[in-house]
Unconditional design. Structure first.
Length: 139
């Protein structure tokens, strides 16, 4: 009788070891920067940047690509493309919990959607790092 009990238990444990743990894909939507992503990852998602009132955020791009234009949805955001298209700075005057979006377009025909989320100026500075570095290895 003991042998019959052990056989199903052995089959269950051997099947459990065959099941693979799903691969984790980086979820840049939930991160509060600074963080680094490939341009492809940034294109497939919306990047959240948490910015204190009257603060600024930066989106940098490395490699052969560069920012050439932007589209914004509110006058409460000011966007500037600097350093020959390698840096986009975003100044925000959004109130806490207010949200607005911008799109950064590149010379190679890519775009990065950025959601700016307003924070109180009393926010813990150690939790606020509104910076994204996107790496483009080719055009």
């Amino acid at each position: 009788m003991k042998k019959l009990f052990l056989l199903p238990l052995l089959l269950i444990t051997s099947n459990a070891s065959l099941a693979k743990t799903p691969e984790k894909i980086p979820d840049i939507i939930q991160l509060q920067g600074p963080y680094n992503v490939t341009i492809e990852q940034a294109q497939k998602s919306v990047v959240n940047l948490y910015v204190p009132d009257n603060g600024a955020a930066a989106v940098d791009i490395t490699g052969p690509d560069k920012f050439i234009s932007y589209t914004k949805s509110t006058s409460q955001l000011a966007v500037e493309i600097k350093s020959k298209g390698k840096i986009a700075t975003i100044r925000s005057s959004l109130d806490p919990k207010q949200i607005s979006t911008i799109s950064l377009e590149t010379e190679c025909g890519r775009s990065i959607a950025v959601k700016i989320i307003g924070l109180s100026t009393k926010s813990d500075p150690s939790k606020v790092r509104p910076k994204l570095l996107a790496t483009a290895t080719s055009c």
